[in-house]
Design a protein around this ligand. Structure first.
Ligand code: ATP
Ligand code: MG
Length: 491
């Protein structure tokens, strides 16, 4: 029996409250799951605390809330779960339970049961560690399946027969991958084989549950490894067959095209190197950017392998993927589609000969996503030839440079001086016409050239200086048309 030091209770007052409630109700109760696992890994208590109680969870939650001067935050009576929030903590109280599955059911029947039954319904040994809260077992560690051994060895292992664990709730296979990438653990070989064998069962899991786990994998420190594991185990093709289909290469007349799955992973990796805090949707865009390739692939006698229009086709596929997985069909979908649709565009625009309007069109179509698009394009350069690589990357720098130039030009074209036409007309008693336009334009140029600041008073004073010349048909003298700084430089 392992007894933990009770100093933890002094350091974390929440534990004393939990213990007090367990004793008051005479309900054996335990910390369990992620908070115990992470305590052993980090030495501190995470804010999301799971408590399992042998007895009534609602009663436990009520008493706890009372003690803490709050109320129950959420309750799922049907599942024997209640939630209390206090301070930085979110405490989920669950009844010790048995879960029974029939082969074709998505959801188990759940009923309260002794702790022995609660042990075996846990997904992994490292998540099946219990620390007693009530007087008789306070600080006692229950480790029925060697969870501590597995934490030390850094392995993910199911507590019982993997086939059984995964068949009962196939989502656990995604959880295995999630914990592996989040913790940097390996999946123990029998458990790994169990995933391969049971991967097809993922079909019965709802898209919402799948996506929730998948998003945690995508947002983990190593989504590339996560995606490899998902692919290698056969899980990926159960819910993202379009991405799995990127894998592999084909040979025609001695020409093979690249493996687009490996390429996609490289793109994601390079993207995260440049922007480690990339948003979930930018990660999705990287994952899906070449999704149109397998269906548009052709071998052309002259050109070799082509993927004509794969960007456009890909953008359409993004929508059907989002629909199928119940992902949001709002601006987040549009953003991912936009990046997929436009990811081939910038590379063609680095050339000096490209028109301003082509640059303008790209900037307008990309809108606020322009920076992300260029980042994706840069990450899309996966050639190993350093010269080619540098050339591509420089091209993207040049595209951004040209976008900035064109934007600047456009801003200047739109720029209006602080003196308006009607004020010029009133001041000099003019009718609308060329003279008003000439005065206004001279003021505009003076501001653009930096001769006067872009301010009303300065523009007005300048107007009075230059107007007499223009009105009498004489040229405005040089000294009024030159930036004082330029003059200094010349002198
Ligand atoms: P996190 O740090 O992400 O909260 P966690 O391990 O606490 O990780 P939760 O989803 O909060 O995960 O679940 C708490 C505990 O409940 C798990 O540690 C595990 O013991 C058990 N559990 C959760 N989901 C499942 C499942 N699908 N099958 C079996 N056990 C599960
Ligand atoms: Mg948890």
């Amino acid at each position: 029996m392992t007894q933990l030091p009770l100093s933890l209770w002094e350091a974390e007052p929440i534990l004393s409250h939990l213990s007090a409630v367990a004793d008051e109700l005479q309900q054996p109760s335990y910390l369990v799951g992620g908070c115990v696992r992470d305590y052993f890994l980090t030495g501190s208590l995470v804010p999301s605390i799971d408590v399992v109680t042998v007895g009534n969870p609602t009663l436990f939650a009520e008493r706890l809330a009372q003690r803490l001067g709050t109320t129950i935050a959420a309750e799922y009576r049907r599942f024997y779960v209640a939630v209390v929030k206090w301070d930085r903590y979110e405490i989920e109280i669950v009844a010790s339970r048995r879960e029974s599955y029939t082969p074709d059911s998505r959801n188990p029947t759940v009923e309260p049961a002794p702790l022995e039954e609660d042990f075996i319904r846990r997904d992994f040994t490292i998540n099946a560690l219990y620390i007693g809260l009530h007087q008789q077992e306070k600080g006692v560690l229950l480790d029925k399946f060697g969870g501590i051994r597995d934490l030390l060895a850094k392995v993910i292992r199911t507590p019982t027969d993997p086939a059984r664990t995964f068949s009962d709730d196939p989502l656990r296979m995604l959880r295995a991958v999630r914990f592996a990438v989040r913790l940097g653990f390996d999946i123990e070989p029998k458990t790994y084989q169990g995933i391969i064998d049971e991967a097809y069962r993922l079909q019965i899991v709802s898209p919402e549950r799948i996506v929730e786990e998948f998003h945690k994998i995508l947002m983990s420190p190593d989504p590339v490894r996560g995606l490899k594991l998902l692919y290698d185990t056969g899980l990926l093709k159960q819910f993202l067959p379009e991405v799995a289909a990127l894998a592999g290469t084909e040979m025609q007349q001695g020409y093979a095209h690249k493996d687009n799955f490996a390429h996609t992973l490289k793109v994601l990796e390079q993207l995260l190197e440049q922007r480690p805090d990339a948003s979930l949707w930018l990660r999705w865009a990287a994952l899906l950017h070449d999704i149109g390739k397998p269906v548009t692939k052709r071998f052309d006698e002259k050109l070799g392998w082509t993927f004509h229009l794969h960007e456009e086709v890909g953008a359409k596929m993004v929508k059907s993927i989002f629909q199928r997985l119940h992902l949001p069909l709002d601006e987040r979908l549009k953003y991912v589609q936009k990046l997929v649709r436009l990811h081939g565009r910038p590379i063609g625009l680095a050339d000096e000969g490209v028109t301003d309007s082509a640059i303008r069109r790209l900037a307008a179509e990309a809108g606020e996503a322009l920076e992300d698009l260029i980042l994706l394009c840069r990450s899309d350069v996966t050639t190993r030839n350093p010269r080619r690589r540098d050339r591509f990357l420089q091209n993207f720098d040049r595209v951004m440079q040209r976008v900035r130039e064109v934007q600047e030009k456009d801003n200047l074209a739109r720029f209006q001086p602080p003196i308006r036409g009607d004020e010029i007309m009133k001041t000099f008693g003019l009718q609308p016409g060329a003279l008003v336009g000439a005065i206004k334009e001279t003021i505009r140029q003076a501001i653009l050239d930096g001769i006067i600041p872009n301010e009303y008073e300065a523009a007005r004073a300048y107007m009075h200086q230059i107007a007499p010349y223009i009105l009498s048909g004489k040229p405005v003298p040089e000294e009024l048309r030159q930036n004082p700084q330029d003059k200094k430089r010349q002198g």
